[in-house]
Ligand binder design. Structure first.
Ligand code: M6R
Length: 353
C-alpha cells in the first residue's frame, strides 16, 4: 500500500534515504575510502558506452561524466538511437542502465553491442530481469520496488551506484577520499531535505506558469533534464531542461516573465560562477528564478525562490538537488489534480521499440 501517502510517487520520494542506505550497504568503507562491488572491480574498462532511455538516460549522462572525469573515454547514448546507428565499440564496456531491466530499446542496444563483441553490464533494480539474465555482468541498485510510473528513488539509486562503479573501476584514492564520505552522508542529507523542503510553496506559487525551464552544468546538467522530464510526465505542463551554457544559443529567446527558470547552483568554483552568469541572463529578461543551491555562491541574490540543499560534493549535490525538483513536480501535478502514479499515455515498463 501507500503507507498513508496520497500517491506511490510521494511514498517513493520519501523512501530515498532507505533506498540509498541499501545501495551503499557493505559497499563503502569510510576509514579507508574503499569501495567493494566484488568482481566487478576487475572490469577496469578502457572505454564505456552507456545506453538507456528516459530517466535512466539522464543517469547514463551522469555516469559518462564520472568516467570521463577519471580519464576514461565514456559516452551516453539514447538506446533507441544506439540501436539505430551503433557506434564502433572497440574495447568499450557497454553498460545498459534500466530500472526495470526490460525496456525494449535498451535491450536491443545491448544485444546489438553484444553481437559486435562487446562486454555488457546492466545497472538495474530488477533481479532476474531480461537484462540481468542476458548481460555479462550486473550491478544492482537495490532501491526496492518502484510502483509509480515516474522514476524517483531509482534515479537516486542509479546515480549512487554509478559512483560506486566508477570509484571501484576507474578512480584514484584521492577522489574516493573526497566522495565516499559524501555518499555516506547522502541518506541523512536527503532526509533533511524531505523534512524541511519549501518545494510545496514554490509549486503553489508557479503552478499557473505556461512553461518551465531547468538549467544546470556538469553533474547538475542531467538533473536539469530529469527535472523537466519529471514535470512534463506527471503534470502535463511544458518543461524543458538545458545545459546552462546553451541557453543563450537559442532557448533564451523563449524566456520572459512567464517562464520560471529552475537553476541548479552548486558550489563556488568556476562552474558555479559560469552558472551564476546564466542565472543573471535570465533574471535580466524578468524570468522568475528558483535557485536550487547549497548557498556557496550568490545564486540566492538573483533568485525569487530558493530550494536549499546541504553543502556536499557536486556529485552528491546532484542527488540532493534532484529531490527538491521531484518535490516541486509532485506538488505541481498534485495541485493540478493529475493522475500522478499513472500518467496518461505512459507505462512503467516500455516493452516495445
Ligand atoms: O526501466 P527503465 O529504467 O529502462 O525505463 C526507462 C524509461 O522508460 C523510464 O525511465 C521513464 O523515462 C520514466 N517513466 C521516467 O520517470
Amino acid at each position: 500500500g501507500k503507507s498513508g501517502y496520497d500517491h506511490f510517487m510521494l511514498k517513493e520520494i520519501h523512501e530515498q534515504p532507505r533506498a540509498l542506505r541499501q545501495c551503499l550497504r557493505g559497499r563503502v568503507e569510510e576509514q579507508t575510502a574503499s569501495v567493494d562491488i566484488g568482481d566487478l572491480a576487475d572490469l577496469a574498462p578502457t572505454g564505456v558506452q552507456f545506453v538507456a532511455c528516459g530517466t535512466s538516460y539522464h543517469a547514463a549522462m551522469y555516469g559518462a561524466q564520472l568516467f570521463r572525469d577519471a580519464g576514461v573515454p565514456a559516452q551516453a547514448f539514447l538506446a533507441s538511437e544506439y540501436a539505430t546507428s551503433p557506434p564502433p565499440v572497440g574495447n568499450s564496456l557497454v553498460v545498459g542502465i534500466s530500472q526495470s531491466g526490460e525496456t525494449a530499446d535498451t535491450l536491443s542496444a545491448l544485444r546489438e553491442a553484444e553481437s559486435r563483441g562487446a562486454r555488457t553490464l546492466t545497472l538495474t533494480n530488477t533481479v532476474g530481469s531480461t537484462m540481468d539474465r542476458e548481460c555479462d555482468h550486473t550491478l544492482y541498485i537495490r532501491s526496492g520496488p518502484e510502483i509509480g510510473v515516474a522514476a524517483s528513488k531509482t534515479f537516486a539509486g542509479q546515480l549512487t551506484a554509478l559512483n560506486l562503479f566508477s570509484m571501484a573501476t576507474a578512480e584514484r584514492n584521492s577522489t574516493r577520499r573526497d566522495v565516499v564520505p559524501e555518499l555516506r552522508k547522502l541518506p541523512g542529507n536527503v532526509q533533511k531535505i524531505l523534512d524541511s523542503s519549501s518545494a510545496e510553496a514554490v509549486a503553489d506559487y508557479y503552478e499557473d506558469a505556461e512553461s518551465y525551464f531547468f538549467i544546470g552544468r556538469g553533474y547538475q546538467y542531467p538533473v536539469a533534464l530529469e527535472g523537466a522530464l519529471k514535470l512534463k510526465e506527471i503534470s502535463y505542463e511544458h518543461a524543458e531542461g538545458f545545459a546552462a551554457g546553451e541557453l543563450k544559443h537559442g532557448p533564451l529567446a523563449l524566456v520572459d516573465e512567464n517562464t520560471p527558470v529552475f537553476a541548479m547552483a552548486v558550489g563556488d568554483d568556476e562552474k558555479a560562477r559560469k552558472t551564476l552568469g546564466n542565472i543573471k541572463e535570465v533574471e535580466a529578461r524578468d524570468a522568475p528564478v528558483v535557485a536550487v543551491t547549497d548557498g556557496r555562491n550568490d545564486a540566492e541574490r538573483y533568485a525569487d525562490h530558493v530550494l536549499e540543499i546541504p553543502e556536499t560534493h557536486p556529485r552528491a549535490a546532484a542527488v540532493l538537488g534532484n529531490v527538491q525538483l521531484q518535490l516541486v513536480s509532485y506538488h505541481i501535478a498534485d495541485q493540478l489534480g493529475r493522475s500522478i502514479d499513472k500518467p496518461r499515455n505512459l507505462a512503467k515498463s516500455v516493452t516495445v521499440e
